[in-house]
Design a binder for this molecule. Structure first.
Ligand SMILES: [Zn+2]
Length: 292
């Protein structure tokens, strides 16, 4: 099921289920704790090809909608469009029933507190191990908080694992994206660019003590640790600032990392990429891959 259809299903389910006590739950092959009748559905989120339902007691149902898997919403008593034998989960209220058909994985868990345990919960793909960017791209494009800033989303391990503070700065510089861009403004092209660039940097540096993302600075990094020095692309001065709850230093170039900048007027948010960036991006290995 395409991610856009998962989002549509989530929206239909919200209308039918949220705010009404659940009267019955069924899931013949469920792995995990069973949601109890009488509980309320609080949130329903599409995360890439996953659809997650969360109840008020913190139980989360995660369904992976691969292939012909899908959720339907029916008024109580209406005939189903698919066979009950394909039922993998159903959530019933007084008026509606939402039914998940054919999902290969239906599992529940208790929601960890992301603020207190940022490494827990279902994590994104490990970019040091996978060559397929599509899952992380889907997770970026369906990030629940649409106003979240790129600088924060890039280090969220629920989207992709492996990107820490150094790579977040370097990836945003390579893609010429503003650290203050909102995730909701991101195009598919930009999401793919972020994931692919991060994956390349991680792979190239695997096993190295000294990380490098460019050959054009003495330290091997384009912006990280280079506050006050000249940007190798536009010669503006690199800035730094502590950000987030942990106060980790963000480094960026205000001269060329302006794409999707929410602090700028709309007419300058979309700029043509700098020639050096075009060259850099064209040399990425997955670009030449596409030509085969
Ligand atoms: Zn610059």
């Amino acid at each position: 099921m395409p991610a856009a259809d998962v989002a549509r299903s989530a929206s239909a389910m919200r209308t039918a289920l949220i705010g009404h006590p659940m009267v019955r739950f069924d899931a013949p092959k469920l792995i995990g704790p069973v949601p109890q009748a009488g509980r309320m559905v609080e949130t329903i989120e599409a995360r890439g090809k996953h659809l997650e339902v969360m109840w008020d007691d913190g139980i989360v149902l995660d369904t992976h909608l691969k292939g012909r898997s899908e959720w339907h919403v029916y008024r109580k008593g209406s005939p189903w469009r698919r066979s009950w034998e394909q039922l993998r989960a159903s959530i019933q209220t007084d008026d509606f029933v939402a039914v998940c058909f054919d999902a290969p994985m239906v599992e529940t868990y208790r929601q960890p507190d992301r603020e207190r345990h940022p490494g827990r919960g279902r994590l994104g793909p490990d970019l040091t191990k996978t060559a397929d960017p599509s899952e992380a791209v889907d997770l970026l494009l369906s990030y629940p908080d649409r106003e979240a800033r790129l600088r924060d989303v890039l280090v969220d391990q629920h989207v992709m694992q492996g990107v820490g503070n150094v790579y977040r700065c370097e990836v945003l510089w390579a893609a010429e994206l503003s650290p203050w861009a909102h995730i909701g403004d991101l195009t598919h092209h930009d999401a793919l660019l972020i994931v692919s660039t991060a994956a390349k940097m991680l792979r190239v540096n695997h096993g190295r003590v000294r990380r490098a993302t460019t050959q054009h600075t003495s330290g091997g990094l384009a912006v990280y640790g280079r506050c006050g020095q000249r940007c190798i692309r536009c010669h503006d001065t690199i800035e730094s600032r502590p950000v987030g709850r942990t106060g980790r230093m963000l480094y960026w170039c205000p001269g060329c990392q302006v794409r999707l900048d929410r602090r700028l007027p709309p007419e300058v948010r979309e700029m043509d990429p700098h020639p050096a960036a075009v060259k850099y991006l064209n040399e990425l290995p997955w670009r030449s891959h596409d030509d085969h």
